[in-house]
Write a protein that binds this ligand. Sequence first.
Ligand code: SAM
Length: 278
Amino acid sequence: MNPASPIADDVYFEHFFRLLEKNTGIALDMSKEYLVSSRLVSLAKKYGHSNYVELLKYLFLNPLNSIHQECFQAMTTNETMFFRDGYPFEALKTSILPRIIDQNKISKEIYIWCAASSTGQEPYSLVMMLKENFPVLNNWNIHIKATDLSLAAIEKSRSGIYNQSEIQRGLTESQINRYFMKLPNGHFKLTDDIKKYVKFDCMNLVDDWPILPKFDLILLRNVMIYFNQNTKLNILKKMHHQLSGKGSVLMLGSSESILYEETFQVVQLDRVSYYLKK
Ligand SMILES: C[S@@+](CC[C@H](N)C(=O)[O-])C[C@H]1O[C@@H](n2cnc3c(N)ncnc32)[C@H](O)[C@@H]1O
């Protein structure tokens, strides 16, 4: 307990964890104190607090405002890379997309949603994969929506600018040469020919959702690991509703699963599971 404060610091932590979970779904406890300190230290400085516990105290004493939101966003883990895990993109190429293309051959339209897309590598990988393997889609309407809670991640995605180590994670030399322009500062900018396919927006999966189209394919990868069971179930039900119809597909991260299987058919392909709407 801080001697200058009549309230134990734990109260500020617990209050922050409650607010964080209610507003983002991210469930943390005192075992993650180091994470809070490392993520909030620069925001504490930015807002004139002598340390991050003082910032937590401010959050405790004040009604929800933009500083709370900034702190929530600072607690997100944005780890991602181009063609992350490899196998899911193989499954998309060899099995999932050929079926969706066949199902939609009359409308010549495909709707895809990358929910929790972080800094954009996932949806951009998808566009590269489509361009490299499905020339038949050249005269189709491809709608790719990508959303994330973090405004900073969405802004970076929209810029399409990555540093050297980011582009070297997951891309081949030939993809780097084909899809990026080197900038004078040594960073790399994606060509408009890839960028133009993806529309990025901020969206919080635990809030009420805006009106969205129905999707043929939803990627919801490596985000539900941060949520509790109830939050996962609610989001999965809403994802099911958001899929276009029988045969549309939900893909989760490699360590995530669907929890209930009455409304989805699980397909196991090599090292990947994906979920078909029944
Ligand atoms: C580890 S990244 C996963 C990125 C990408 N899907 C991948 O697999 O490489 C998790 C992302 O989930 C986002 N996130 C966390 N909670 C969220 C929420 N409630 N709504 C929307 N996005 C959220 C974070 O901002 C972060 O960018």
